[in-house]
Design a protein. Structure first.
Length: 549
């Protein structure tokens, strides 16, 4: 098997990359271990809690016991299916804040400042309900929509934020991220608009992209050049050769694993596992970052929540309506209101994110609160804690060792306490008086720093935004893994185009920036001049130095 380009991973970055390379007339093979994304569990937005808990769609990774969380082991879902994690995620669409990308550039990702990446966000989008064509795309493959906000709790959440003194933003993906407003989603015509639906299927239909269902074992190197991918297909090991380049888009967990199995990584660690060193890159697998969050849950005084459907009959009704009409509650991910706020004066752009949900339930669909309730997922955006991904052995079938080192920085605890106290203030506003009965979690008895810390240790959960394990930087930076054109430093013919390359985690959910990386990497691979930089300036609160809101 031979193609111009071989991409490992049919997820957010890989699908976008395949589409753009094929559009330019290149022949592309995409290797994906997972199978079909057909069926209601993935395609129905309202069923989002199911696919990430199904072994057929998820790699099933978990962390090592986390020392700062009392030894808890946390799930680390990653998509093992056509569309990758965009087929099992919550469908929330957040570009990130402009300052995120300016920070990337300051950290050595030259050409990835906000002015540079905004044109790629615009190229990839068709925005329905955003702030208009100045900041938003109008004819890209990825449809971005807003939920109907028909449940009164969504408007109550936004109104409560306004009553607490925060701004309201018409489009957090446009000029102004800071504030309360409508949440956006990769949902189109009632279906999950994954990277597979937006990019991969149209690319395959054009004839230049072939998807091979197989397990990528390692990148085949001839000297210091990548020439193909050793792949297990139906029990047989074969090499799929790349005429031009191999691109890793296998997730921030599997990409560093594959780099290390291919001899690219920290030399001592590779030798320890008997892997021949091709390039000593100590940054491979380092710099692992994520977002943690807690679920602030409240009992409702009126039966206006989704709890009425949280039974076999209710779920069957919602499912049937979606199946036959593509409409109703099943056509929404139910994340229809959100907020981005600053934790304190002196923070120049938001460092706390809220997802509001009109039911009190865990993200994975388990442990629903008894009776009617609602919740806010809340957590800090820029934790200073860093972890790592490393090899468990040289056996490609073994899962890597994942250590996030969550809450290892003392500021994480301060930031999370602020999240809880600010959230209580928001839900204490008049807008919630008709609906709020009591606080379920943490519960009003949890007040002191020590009590809050104990609650956090037991209850923080991953928001499933891992990134940073093959970070972008200048070739002279010993901890950088890829250069600003996504080329793996120290070898030839090999690039990375997924969330592994993020120097720092962005403000919000990672699907949008991961797709953007695939879009921009395509232009670098094709040798094209990047899209012209934008001169638009984002809104930053003029009083940020002296005011928290």
């Amino acid at each position: 098997m031979l193609a111009d380009y071989v991409i490992i991973g049919a997820g957010s970055g890989g699908s976008a990359l395949a589409y753009r390379l094929a559009e330019a007339g290149r022949r592309v093979i995409v290797i994906e271990h997972g199978g079909s994304d057909a069926g209601p569990f993935i395609q129905m937005p309202g069923a989002l809690s199911y696919p990430m808990n199904m072994g057929i769609y998820d790699w099933g990774f978990a962390t090592e016991p986390e020392p700062h969380l009392g030894g808890r082991v946390l799930a680390t879902p990653r998509g093992k299916v056509i569309g990758g994690s965009s087929s099992i995620n919550g469908m929330v669409y957040v570009r990130g804040h402009a300052r995120d990308y300016d920070t990337w550039a300051e950290m050595g990702a030259d050409g990835w400042a906000y002015a540079d990446v905004l044109p790629y966000f615009k190229r990839m989008e068709t925005s329905h309900g955003g702030s208009g064509p100045e900041y938003r795309g109008t004819d890209g493959p990825l449809h971005i929509t807003r939920g109907p906000r028909s449940n009164p709790l969504f408007d109550a959440f936004i109104k409560a934020g306004e009553q607490a003194g925060y701004p309201v933003t018409a489009d957090y993906n446009g000029k102004q991220q800071e504030g309360f407003g409508s949440m956006e989603a990769t949902i189109w015509k009632g279906r999950r608009w994954s990277a597979a639906n937006a990019y991969l299927r149209p690319a395959m239909a054009g004839g230049n992209v072939q998807v091979v269902r197989g397990f990528a074992r390692r990148v085949v190197m001839e000297g210091s050049r990548a020439v193909g991918v050793e792949t297990e297909v139906r029990g047989q090991v074969q090499v799929i050769r790349a005429g031009r380049e191999v691109i890793l888009a296998a997730s921030s967990i599997n990409t560093p694993k594959l780099l290390m199995l291919s001899g690219i990584g920290p030399a001592d660690h590779l030798r320890e596992h008997g892997v021949e060193v091709v390039a000593d890159r100590p940054g491979v697998g380092a710099n692992l970052q994520d977002h943690l969050e807690i679920y602030m849950q409240f009992a409702a005084s009126q039966p206006v929540t989704l709890f009425k459907y949280w039974n076999l009959w209710g779920k069957a009704l919602v499912g049937a309506q979606w199946l036959f009409t593509g409409t109703g509650l099943g056509a929404s991910n139910q994340f229809e209101a959100c907020a981005f706020i600053r934790s304190r004066a002196g923070v120049d752009y938001p460092d706390i994110q809220y997802h509001f949900l009109p039911i009190a339930v865990r993200y994975d669909g388990r442990a629903v609160a008894e009776g009617h309730g609602f919740q806010a997922h809340v957590g800090p955006m820029r934790s200073k804690s860093r972890g790592s991904v490393s090899l468990r052995s040289a056996n490609p079938a073994e899962a890597p060792v994942i250590r996030f080192n969550y809450m290892s920085h003392p500021e994480d605890w301060e930031d999370f306490r602020a999240c809880i106290r600010l959230t209580r203030e928001i839900f204490g506003q008049d807008a919630f008086k008709p609906y709020l009965k009591s606080e379920l979690q943490p519960g009003l008895q949890v007040q002191t720093d020590a009590q809050l810390d104990d609650f956090l240790r037991q209850h923080v959960e991953s928001a499933y935004h891992p990134c940073g394990t093959a970070r972008m930087g200048r070739a002279s930076d010993p901890m950088a893994v890829v250069d600003p054109e996504c080329r793996v430093i120290g070898v030839e013919g090999l690039r990375v185009a997924d969330s592994s390359v993020f120097p720092q985690v962005t403000n919000g959910n990672l699907n949008a920036p991961s797709i953007m990386v695939g879009e921009k990497a395509a232009d670098h691979i094709l040798g094209r001049t990047p899209l012209p930089a934008s001169n638009l300036e984002p809104w930053v609160n003029p009083d940020w130095r002296v005011a928290q809101r």
